[in-house]
Design a protein around this ligand. Structure first.
Ligand SMILES: Cc1cc2nc3c(=O)[nH]c(=O)nc-3n(C[C@H](O)[C@H](O)[C@H](O)COP(=O)(O)O)c2cc1C
Length: 382
C-alpha cells in the first residue's frame, strides 16, 4: 500500500502535526528491523561466504517474505533452500515469484563474493525441481572459489541505494531513452528485457496494471494475503521485519486513533479501505515507463535466471536515479486474473514464453530501506 497519499487522504497530516510536537517522530524508526542494511559487509562477517550472504539478504523479494534459508557446508559451499512457511499460495500459487526472489538473492551473493575475489559456481536445483511446487530440496548449491581474475561487478556499488519505490512518481519528469536503455542493457543471464517510455504505450500499461491491481483487491483471498502481512508501526515491524511495512509517526498515529489497522483494511465499507485502494491505484497511474522480462521457458532454472537478471535491472535503474516498482498482479496465475494474464502474454510474448516481471519506472520521493531479518535468523545448521 502506498504511503503518503493514503495518509493525507485519511487526515494523517493533522494527526502528524499533533504528534510531531512531542518528539514522537524521532523515536518511531524501526531501527532493529533496518540494522541488517548497516551490518552488511561488516566485521561480524569476515568469512567470505557470510560476508556475501550478509548482502544477499538485502535482495528484493515478493512481499518481503525473505523465504531464504542457508546452510554453510564444508569450507567453501553454501546450500540455499526455501522456507516453505514463507510462500504466497494465493497470489503466487506455483511459487514462480518466490523463485525469482531467490534468483535475486543468488545474484546479489555472487556480486558480493566478487568483492572479496571469489567466483561462485552455482548449481541450481541439483536434486531436480517440481514446476508446481517448491520443496525442501536445495534451490541451489553454490561453491566459492578464490579467483584472482574475477572482476568486480559495476552494479554492486548501487546495492545500498536500491529500493522498491512504492510511491507515486513525478508525472512532470519523463524517463529518457538513455536511462531506459541502461536498464534494458543490464541482464547477463537468460532474461529478455523489453520496455517503453512512449506515452501512448505507457498509457496502455497504466490501464492494464490498474485493472490487475483492482482484481487482486476485489478477490478476497488474494487481497487478504497481503493484509495479513501488514506490519504496522515500529513494534510490529521490529518483531517481524518482513511483509508489507508501514512505519513512521503518521502510521503509528493513525493506528493509535483506530484509523488504520488490518481490520480497517479488510472492511470494504470503511473509508480507510476505499481511500487506501485509491492510493495504491494512483501508483499505477503515475508510471512514466515500463520494463518487462520474458523467458522462453518457465522451468525453475529459468525463474532463477530471471531473478538474477531482475536484480541487475533494479540496480541499473538505481544507477540512473530511477524509482523502480514491480507490478506483478497481471502476471499472477489464478483464475480471476486469467484474462489479463493472457492479454499480457499476447502483447509481450506472442510467439511463446513467460512474462516473468513487469515494473513501472519514474522519479519518486526518497524512501527508506525496507526491513530485513538478520542473517543469523536465516542460517541453518548442516
Ligand atoms: C518477484 C518479485 C515480485 C514483486 N512484486 C511486487 C508487486 O507486485 N508490488 C510491489 O509493490 N512490490 C513487488 N515487489 C517488490 C517487493 O515488495 C520488495 O522487493 C520487498 O518488499 C523488499 O523491498 P525492497 O526491494 O525495497 O528491498 C516484487 C519483488 C520481486 C522480487
Amino acid at each position: 500500500m502506498q504511503r503518503r497519499q493514503f495518509l493525507s487522504i485519511l487526515g494523517g497530516g493533522v494527526v502528524l502535526a499533533a504528534a510531531a510536537g512531542t518528539g514522537f517522530a524521532l523515536t518511531r524508526t524501526p531501527t532493529d528491523a533496518l540494522a541488517p542494511w548497516s551490518a552488511a559487509g561488516g566485521s561480524a562477517y569476515a568469512e567470505p561466504r557470510l560476508r556475501a550472504l550478509s548482502y544477499a539478504i538485502l535482495a528484493p523479494n515478493p512481499h518481503n517474505r525473505q523465504p531464504w534459508q542457508v546452510e554453510l557446508k564444508g569450507e567453501d559451499t553454501v546450500v540455499l533452500r526455501v522456507d516453505l512457511e514463507r510462500l504466497l499460495p494465493h497470489t503466487d500459487p506455483f511459487s514462480r515469484q518466490i523463485t525469482i526472489g531467490l534468483g535475486c538473492f543468488l545474484e546479489l551473493m555472487v556480486m558480493a563474493a566478487a568483492e572479496t575475489g571469489h567466483r561462485v559456481e552455482i548449481e541450481p536445483f541439483p536434486e531436480g525441481a517440481d514446476s508446481e511446487r517448491l520443496t525442501t530440496a536445495p534451490v541451489a548449491i553454490a561453491r566459492f572459489v578464490e579467483d584472482p581474475d574475477i572482476e568486480p561487478d559495476p552494479l554492486f556499488v548501487h546495492v545500498m541505494a536500491r529500493r522498491s519505490n512504492k510511491e507515486p512518481f513525478d508525472t512532470a519528469r519523463p524517463v529518457s531513452d538513455q536511462a531506459l536503455a541502461a536498464v534494458l542493457a543490464s541482464p547477463r543471464h537468460s532474461g529478455r528485457v523489453g520496455g517503453t517510455n512512449a506515452p501512448e504505450e505507457v498509457g496502455a500499461w497504466r490501464k492494464l496494471t490498474e485493472q490487475a491491481l483492482q482484481i487482486e483487491i476485489d478477490t478476497p483471498r488474494t487481497y487478504r494475503e497481503s493484509v495479513d502481512l501488514f506490519r504496522i508501526g515500529k513494534a510490529e515491524i521490529n518483531a517481524n521485519p518482513d511483509g508489507i511495512d508501514f512505519s513512521g509517526p503518521m502510521f503509528e498515529s493513525l493506528a493509535l486513533f483506530g484509523q488504520f489497522s488490518r481490520e480497517v483494511a479488510l472492511d470494504r465499507t470503511s473509508a480507510g479501505f476505499k481511500q487506501g485502494v485509491e492510493a495504491v491505484l494512483e501508483n499505477t497511474r503515475t508510471a512514466m515507463a515500463h520494463v518487462w522480462m520474458v523467458t522462453d521457458g518457465n522451468s525453475r532454472t529459468d525463474q532463477i535466471a530471471a531473478g538474477r537478471d531482475w536484480l541487475r535491472a533494479n540496480l541499473a535503474a538505481t544507477a540512473q536515479g530511477l524509482g523502480f516498482h514491480p507490478l506483478s498482479q497481471a502476471l499472477q496465475e489464478y483464475p480471476e486474473m486469467a484474462a489479463i494474464y493472457q492479454d499480457v502474454h499476447t502483447r509481450l510474448a506472442p510467439d511463446g514464453g513467460t512474462v516473468q516481471m513487469l515494473v513501472r519506472l519514474g522519479y519518486g520521493p526518497e524512501i527508506q530501506v525496507s526491513p530485513r531479518w538478520p542473517l543469523e535468523a536465516k542460517l541453518r545448521e548442516a
